[in-house]
Write a protein that binds this ligand. Structure first.
Ligand SMILES: Nc1ncnc2c1ncn2[C@@H]1O[C@H](COP(=O)(O)OP(=O)(O)OP(=O)(O)O)[C@@H](O)[C@H]1O
Ligand SMILES: [Mg+2]
Length: 252
């Protein structure tokens, strides 16, 4: 099962991605986390330091080719594939791959093409892949999320957040990208506003998988630079996201 977490910038994609991974840990599942946001921050949320992204690996290969360090008969895709597998970070609980961004003014498309290949190639090796996507709609037009089973659109209560979620849903239809399921996650909701917000998004045709309230513990962890994956099991945000994972698993 491949799950992509999407939405407007700063709405809680990385929080949701990291706590979805936490909710799956210790259950005997093979989990792959992919940070597909060029402004990468999933590793920090997972408490991991990553030295080398897929973008870096690609730059190295480009440099090696330009400097003539690669024999002309070598298959570059094979070398890239090998190097990418090398940059896959393994932990006892999950594996992590960080896409990163190419240096300089290089086109980001190359990294996206690689991402699509990685998803296709690695999906057989894992029970669940969670992708923290870049903010906005680009991952759809670049088709990096075309083979995803479930898309989770995260929004805060702002109109612009909800509008981005709606646009993600519309664009996926227009581009003929058929997710098995699409859900909205309402984040940073103030107590008392749940029904009103749920009604509002249902009216525009989005199914709500769950609600996460504003969580002071998340804020504290954030301020201290502590990894969100280390939030206690009884934290509000984690309990909500665990329930959301259950909803998703039940309906698939
Ligand atoms: N429910 C919540 N309670 C308190 N703080 C929250 C909550 N959800 C998110 N935040 C905080 O809001 C900020 C943005 O969240 P996060 O980084 O998860 O969003 P994002 O969508 O991944 O952002 P970006 O688009 O920049 O990658 C972070 O500082 C995070 O700790
Ligand atoms: Mg993020």
């Amino acid at each position: 099962m491949i799950i992509a977490v999407s939405g407007k910038g700063g709405t809680g994609k990385t929080l949701v991605s990291s706590l979805l991974i936490k909710s799956l840990m210790g259950k005997g599942k093979d989990i792959l986390a992919i940070d597909a946001d060029p402004d990468s921050n999933l590793p920090e949320a997972l408490g991991i330091h990553v030295d080398r992204s897929v973008g870096d690996v690609r730059e190295e290969l480009k440099k090696d080719t330009a400097e003539g360090n690669i024999p002309p008969e070598a298959n570059k895709w094979d070398i890239l594939d090998y190097k990418i597998m090398e940059s896959l970070l393994e932990t006892p609980e999950f594996d992590l791959m960080v896409m990163g961004r190419p240096e300089g003014s290089g086109c980001y498309c190359a990294v996206n093409n690689i991402l699509r290949k990685i998803i296709d190639r690695l999906s057989a090796n894992y029970d669940i892949i969670i992708i923290d996507t870049e903010a906005g709609l680009e991952h759809l037009s670049r088709r990096t999320t075309q083979n995803v089973d479930i898309i989770l659109m995260v929004t805060d209560p702002s109109k612009r957040g909800i509008l981005t979620a709606k646009r993600i849903e519309e664009l996926s239809k227009n581009l003929d990208i058929s997710f098995k399921r699409k859900y909205l996650i309402l984040n940073r909701v103030k107590p008392g506003k749940e029904d009103e917000l749920t009604r509002e998004v249902n009216e525009i045709g989005l199914e709500v998988a769950g609600i996460i309230h504003e969580d002071e513990q998340v804020e504290n962890y954030d301020r201290k630079g502590k990894a969100l994956i280390e939030l206690p099991d009884d934290s509000q945000a984690f309990k909500s996201i665990s329930q959301i994972m259950e909803v998703i698993l039940k309906k698939i």
